[in-house]
Write a protein that binds this ligand. Structure first.
Ligand code: AMP
Length: 645
């Protein structure tokens, strides 16, 4: 089928279109109405229908593919692996559900997970939705302060946690952080179910902490815990956005719409085949983990590979070893992860048999062309960008290869996905911008199934945050800048949250520059492995372009002559490719860049350090040392860089 027709139908006849997709999941009771749009900008999908996410992800597969692996767990942190077939998963989920029910969890209660990447985390998510409860996954290892604000916002009845996680071989104790968070919080969860991995000894809190293994033993070997049929619009989970200041913002997701949208995306975008193997390198703490480690692959009857570990531990071939070992068909990672691997010898990849792999999907931040080309050349497989947000739960832009093999357009994640009426609007007038002109990426109401229902407990905040930016128009703002071409391919330029002070947009002497274009230009230079560009306050020009570059050959950074030559070369590259205003004022060489644990560059903190301000809340920083690299570079190289200009 031609995608243009498919897409047009999803926009012009959303009810008919989504009713057709809804057969991808089981319904206990059919819906009365496909879309209740009586209270825009809210949407209620499949109203009156009853279903259950766990039934659709697990139970319904037991008869047809019971002996197929459902969940494969690999950990290079503790050197273990486990395989659970659908029959095994069904049993484990019911055990966890029995434990949760034993702690009083029932429909509508919140279950907060503060867990490492272990199978029990998946059991707990599935067990929650099985009971009609609402899970709230907080990234394992998050600081006590941010965990406590989430506990107070979600008010969980039970917390499921573990003694510790591990990162690149280093134990990260979770229990002290959890205890401190509960101590700080006003809401005291009545019980904490502890999965003890034996990594870090802890003292249980009497009357509150429950040992998972003991609780399972009490529940019996094969407890039978039926799925609770819930309304399609019943919340399945809350996931907090990565914002670190102020009151946390909980994205609330429904049940039926989410299941339908994910199932359709597995077929149309990710081209997964039931029985095949899906490997997402994300973490269950992020939206990609929710949608494409847990629910998407399982809803689609695939085997999902869950990995605890980093891409470089024990070596740069880790991902590819897993692809070979488990015959992975579809892989999902981030541009940041690939940029890191790009620094290592291709042999780490080439020594593995990757013939099973059909496609690699990348999302989370702009995919620059050099990284895309490198991955495609190295893998000799299609590498597909896709663009979305925690709020949408599944891709807004992508290539719908399962419908029509549209050609990808490097630099752009692709075209609007079914149900997303994407419009690029002028940031102040709200008028549509012409092809080739930058605008704010917005989506017209109604958002398709699977997207944010509301902000947990705060409908007003949902409307004010997302729907009020364009006067007189009912559009959802993604807060991203973008540009569209004549064929409908959108390129994302960066965040638009705070015009003027936005960290993805730099204003130099009246020119508006996008960090994305600047970074892409710099990374086209063969000596560059990674780069971050920020705008730094400048008395004359308003802002100045400052670049932090991780060279491919780190060993040479000690050589001042080499640095000076490369800096001049890089400035010239940008000037030639973009314009004179874009020429970086300074280029600093660093060993690594600060990223959040979900792989996003912390430009805001880099900018703050450059302007001698406080770098802000760093609890989501992946590697605290990375900011030290920036500080050191600013201190040591400042003088040389100025004179090299
Ligand atoms: P999060 O909600 O944390 O997943 O972050 C969503 C944001 O990440 C988006 O609003 C974009 O700014 C950025 N993003 C995600 N995917 C892409 C992509 N493929 N290309 C460019 N930016 C992306």
């Amino acid at each position: 089928m031609r995608y243009a027709e498919y897409y047009r139908r999803s926009i012009e006849q959303p009810e008919a279109f989504w009713a057709e997709q809804a057969v991808l999941i089981d319904w206990h009771r059919p819906w009365d109405q496909v879309l209740d749009g009586s209270r825009p900008p809210f949407t209620r999908w499949f109203v009156g229908g009853e279903t259950n996410l766990c039934h659709n992800a697990v139970d319904r597969h037991v008869l047809v593919r019971g002996n197929q692996p459902a969940l494969v767990w690999e950990s290079t942190e503790v050197d273990q692996s486990r395989i659970y077939t659908y029959v095994d998963l069904h049993r484990e989920v019911q055990r966890m559900a029995a434990v949760l029910a034993g702690q009083g969890v029932s429909q509508g209660d919140r279950v907060l997970l503060y867990m490492p990447m272990i199978p029990e985390a998946v059991f707990a998510m599935l067990a929650s939705v099985r009971l009609g409860a609402i899970h709230v996954v907080v990234f394992g290892g998050s600081a006590a302060a941010s965990l406590s604000t989430r506990i107070d916002d979600a008010r969980p009845k039970v917390v499921v946690s573990s003694d510790a996680g591990s990162r690149a071989g280093k134990i990260v104790p979770y229990k002290p952080l959890l205890d401190e968070a509960i101590e700080r919080a006003a809401h005291k969860p009545p019980s904490v179910v502890m999965v003890d991995r034996g990594l870090h000894a802890f003292k249980p809190v009497a009357g509150r902490d429950v040992d998972y293994v003991k609780a399972c033993a009490q529940a019996g070997d094969h407890p039978v815990v039926p799925c609770v049929w819930v309304d399609s619009t019943h919340p399945s989970y809350i996931l907090y956005t990565s914002g670190t200041t102020g009151k946390p913002k909980g994205v609330q997701r429904d049940t039926g719409g989410y299941a339908v949208a994910l199932a359709a995306s597995m077929r149309d975008i990710f081209c997964g085949k039931p029985g095949g193997v899906y490997f997402s390198t994300s973490d269950i703490g992020w939206v990609v983990g929710h949608s494409y480690i847990v629910y998407g692959p399982l809803l689609h009857g695939m085997t999902t590979l869950m990995y605890e570990g980093t891409s470089l531990h024990p070596d740069a071939g880790t991902f590819w070893r897993l692809v070979e070992k488990h015959r992975v068909n579809v892989m999902f990672s981030s541009p940041a992860a690939i940029r890191v691997l790009k620094r290592y010898d291709l042999e780490f990849m080439r020594r593995h048999d990757l013939s099973s792999l059909e496609r690699l999907f990348l999302a989370g931040e702009p995919l620059d062309e050099p990284t895309l080309r490198w991955a495609e050349d190295a893998l000799r497989k299609p590498v597909m960008d896709n663009y979305w947000q925690t709020e949408t739960g599944w891709p807004i832009l992508g290539i719908p290869s399962g419908v029509e093999a549209l050609k990808a357009n490097p630099g752009s994640p692709g075209v609007a996905m079914p149900g997303y009426d994407v419009r690029l609007l002028h940031e102040t007038t709200g008028a549509p911008v012409p092809v080739g002109v930058n605008g704010v990426v917005t989506i017209r109401w109604p958002l398709p199934p699977g997207c944010i229902q509301t902000v947990w407990g705060d409908d007003e905040r949902f409307v004010a945050t997302y729907w009020n930016s364009v006067p007189g128009q009912q559009v959802y703002s993604t807060s991203d800048w973008g540009v569209v071409d004549a064929r409908g391919y959108v390129t994302i330029l960066g965040r638009a949250d705070t015009p003027g002070r936005a960290n993805d947009v730099i204003y130099v002497a009246g020119h508006r520059l996008y960090t994305r274009n600047l970074e892409e230009s710099l990374s086209s230079h063969p000596a560059v492995a990674e780069v971050a560009v920020v705008g730094v306050a400048d008395a004359v020009k308003g802002q100045a372009v400052v670049a932090f570059v991780v060279p491919r050959d780190l060993a040479r950074t000690g050589d001042a002559g080499w640095r000076t030559g490369l800096e001049a070369d890089l400035k010239q590259t940008v000037q030639a490719q973009l314009c004179a205003a874009a020429r970086p004022e300074r280029v600093y060489f660093v060993g690594r860049l600060p990223r959040t644990q979900s792989g996003k560059l912390l430009r805001r903190s880099i900018q703050a350090l450059c302007e001698h301000r406080d770098p802000g809340d760093l609890t989501t920083l992946e590697d605290p040392l990375a900011l030290t690299h920036i500080r050191d570079a600013l201190a040591q190289q400042g003088e040389q860089a100025t004179t090299a200009g």
